[in-house]
Design a protein around this ligand. Sequence first.
Ligand code: ADP
Length: 422
Amino acid sequence: MLLGCIADDLTGATDLSLMLSREGLRTVQTTSLPPGDLDLAEADAVVVALKSRTIPAAEAVAQSLAAADWLLAAGARRFFFKYCSTFDSTDEGNIGPVAAALMQRLGARFTIACPAFPATGRAIYQGHLFVNGVPLNESGMRDHPLTPMRDSDLRRVLQRQTAVKVGHVAYADVDAGPAAIAHAFEREQKAGRAIAIVDALTDAHLRAIGGAAASLTLVTGGSGVAIGLPAAYCDAGLIGALTPPPPAIAAPQGRAVILAGSCSAATRGQVEVAIKAGNPAFRIDPIAIAEGRLTPAQAIDWLDGQPGEAAPLVYSSDDPDSVRLVQDRLGRDHAGRIVEELLASVAAALPAHGFTRILVAGGETSGAVVNALGVKALSIGPEIDPGVPWTRSLSGPDVALALKSGNFGAPDFFLKAWRYLR
Ligand code: ADP
């Protein structure tokens, strides 16, 4: 293993894993730490998914250092700290405190901070972050409930979070290519600035930054800046060869099933398309759970009775008005929790009932399902739609899992996903 990554949330970890895998690193993602007995002989990169974006800074630092220690012990020689491409943080942290603590622990005297991700509309110019063409502080992030971003100048944002001096590598150097960027890194470091915000407007810029950053012990940023690292590590002789991602993933023999706990528009559309296409469907009504009329055993019995042609679908997805009615009656948190618990109980029973190919819709729902299954690590397989790969469990029951963030995927996602399984 060469590259050890620490991501501040689960879907961000998947995003980074996919980027590394697409660019030629064999990547394993862990969903808890320590992930138990894990064979990393076939892995070039390991991405540890934390849930540290909005927890108190001291806790985020402690968890990140624990992840770094585990990655060091597992043999990592390069490290990546992944955060959101909109630099989600507050004046207290957690990007600055975690980056500074990792530098100290890893003995890194200089690192970069580059959340740019041109493919998703995030660009950095003269130190300012733009989201789909507008400054960060004028984007929707201005009013984020947990991390409102009111300043587009990342040099100022980061400097407020850390005592480490923040520098800048501007567009002109980045555009001049890897040698000029490496030179700028040296200039910043000599001037006593240990973390540099790096401008990037295009994937070509990110690849050039990757070329210059291959020698850095620690890189920090969004998944965008990881695009150039695999090739740069290969050129530098840090890994022998790049491995293209597999076109399909070998999945254990068994039945397929879809669990949908997301009420996002994309998921509701996918549910509708699957039902129209003839996939058998079982609707989870939160009120019925609350009144004791619906139990996990009923859903499992129903699944057992399905013929096994098209993947059966167990779903709680509903439109915003119906969700509001349920929330008014049960309370928002309680409604969410009982649905998640029911889907998690169903998930836990799946392997014993012969289901080994599991597609899950919903970010929180995915976390609950992975926990219930007892899966602590996943190998990353082919991408079904942007941002959603098939994965195979490396611990717990042997299953293929596709964990879809609610709003991801094309309308026919529930129908086409199975094509990528062998
Ligand atoms: P997304 O990725 O779309 O945000 P999540 O799984 O993260 O999906 O979150 C959806 C949340 O809504 C979960 O906590 C889930 O339990 C809850 N939920 C799902 N269906 C319903 C429903 N019919 N009524 C109320 N809450 C629901």
